[in-house]
Design a binder for this molecule. Structure first.
Ligand SMILES: [Zn+2]
Length: 296
């Protein structure tokens, strides 16, 4: 039998069934779950679980719970985002040394991360960080789905055709999302301010430049100096839009909006929500629609 592979469309004509004992697939967190849900949609015998709670958000500095570790019991494969998003992998590998772990970031196009001007734990000073929020570029989402498809085809060859067909369907649905982003066609040099580290992947897609980036989370907040400099830059560079998520960064966006007269635009980093495969596409489409309206 010749397999079409995960990068191209294949017609599913085989009538094969899943392994008798089924396949248990676990994802590290929400966006990886959504991508895996697209690849495994309707494939019999596959149980898909998300290791962390769907409201967890990004996994920066996340501590695994006993419950999370229990979810990995009996898993055949664990899909992670990679690029350092899962800083707890030593613990997972220590407890489950035989687990098939797949890094879905392979092949994705990455942006440089924000180094906040200092070294994080375990990093050399000045080492360049990679921005791990790759799923916010739909082309990367497709790449991640293809990595998932390849690994599942290896773990469960009987259903390889089905994974490939699902991945092709997902890839096709992303083509219109990418076209929607390209249609935004922002005027060259249009700058925005971003308040979520994932949003540079969205702005990059739409031809927008990040003039100001403030990345706050539970553990880190901008200093008064950084906020003052950001306000100055927003005014000097004529930045009109402040792109924030409904998270820790929102209050800083609102503060700067009040100081500068710029407008806060809320976008979805697709890090939490309903465990439904369509949320990835719908979230992307909505983000691009909001950006299109805000820029017009
Ligand atoms: Zn994040």
């Amino acid at each position: 039998m010749v397999l079409g592979g995960c990068g191209k469309g294949t017609e599913n004509t085989s009538g094969e069934t899943a392994q008798a004992d089924g396949l248990t697939v676990v994802t590290s967190f929400y966006p990886v779950y959504l991508l895996a849900a697209n690849v495994t949609d309707g494939v019999e015998g596959v149980t898909l679980k998300n290791m962390t709670q769907p409201q967890t958000g990004c996994l920066h500095d996340y501590e695994l719970t006993t419950e999370d570790m229990k979810t990995l019991e009996g898993a055949d494969v664990l899909f992670i985002n990679g690029l350092g998003m899962e800083s707890f992998m030593d613990k997972v590998m220590g407890q489950y040394p035989d687990l098939f772990i797949v890094d879905t970031s392979t092949g994705s196009v990455t942006l440089a991360g924000d180094d906040h001007g200092h070294a994080h734990e375990g990093e050399e000073d000045g080492e360049e960080e990679v921005n791990a929020h790759i799923w916010l570029n739909p082309s990367n989402g497709v790449k991640q789905a293809e990595v998932i498809c390849d690994a599942l085809s290896q773990a469960d060859p009987a259903n390889a055709d089905k994974y490939a067909a699902n991945t092709a369907t997902f890839s096709e649905s992303m083509e219109s999302v990418i076209a929607q982003a390209e249609a935004i066609n922002a005027a060259p040099g249009t700058e925005v301010a971003v308040f979520h580290e994932g949003f540079p992947y969205l702005t990059d897609l739409c031809g927008l430049e990040v003039g100001v980036g403030i990345y706050a989370d539970e553990n880190e907040e901008p200093s008064a100096k950084e906020m003052a400099e950001a306000a100055e830059e927003i005014k000097e560079d004529g930045i009109k839009l402040l792109l924030a998520a409904d998270d820790a960064g929102m209050k800083y966006a609102e503060t700067l909006a009040a100081e500068t007269g710029a407008t806060v635009v809320e976008l979805n980093p697709i890090t939490s929500g309903e465990l439904n495969k369509d949320v990835y596409r719908l979230g992307m489409e909505r983000n691009l629609q909001i950006l299109t309206e805000a820029l017009s």
